[in-house]
Design a protein around this ligand. Sequence first.
Ligand code: BMA
Length: 315
Amino acid sequence: MRRHPQNPILTRQHIVSRHPALQDISSVFNPGGIMHDGEFLLLLRVQNRARETLFLTATSDNGVYFKVAEEPIPILHLERCPYTIYHIYDARISRAWLGSGYHILAAMDTDKGCFLGYFFTEDFAALEFKGIASQPDVRNGVLLAGTPYRFERPNKYRMADGVKTGARIVCSESEDFLNWRHVADVFDGRPHFWDELIGSGPPPLLCPEGWLHIYHGVATHFGSANIYQVGISLQDTDKPWLALARGRYNILEPRKLYELTGQVPNVVFPTAAIPLSDAAVLDYDTEIYIYYGAADTSIGLAITTVKELLTHAFA
Ligand code: BMA
């Protein structure tokens, strides 16, 4: 993947607002992203100095220079959540395939654990919270557009610092986006290599060979620091839990200063992949803009094509 020369394309300097909770913010990272009304739209995860997370929308006509909203996006009906909510973050956005609007899955830290929350919006004026949409201790939920399936990542594993994470991506299915049943395991982390712990990145994209599934992998065997990287697998079109290919090498790793240092050093964490095409099945030359959190501090853009991702899945 090629980093954009303007990287990091969004930093704390871009958040200018009169809102009291958005003064001198600390970080902006791990955005959801989609093409909306002919513009690139990112749903930014913004953290203030209370370490509270708020969502702000940002729009762009070229995918590089973004205009950031001045007010946080309202989240309606959070009273539907039976638990005390601490943070909502790492949103993944999918265009609705029946009707209009957008489906959003995001992690929700609560007093009863971390869940996936399901949100819907017609136009990003507000997000409507529909309900808790997972078992406890699940993150990284991504919908496979046009199918009843999603990938998710149960947090079965506790790291030395106490953070719960996971080494297996699983596929589940649902009719209503709220109640999900396990279908099959997708794949596991590879101990000792780049992707020991894993989780899906952006919602997978369909190409002629199957689903291009960008995921993050964490190498935990370095002692001093975990390294978050990006990789690619190709999943079967009809049975997406089947991996047809899985790259041996990561396709993006922390190398630039803004990826190596920050709130959480050594992190590239992809959450949005926006193809420059509306086709339901992307052709080989389609360019894909991948937005990723860099060191939990700013946002980077890396550009690739369907053909390049496929090549790396088989490498
Ligand atoms: C994961 C999530 C992400 C974060 C990453 C690196 O477990 O919390 O939001 O970017 O760790 O800190």
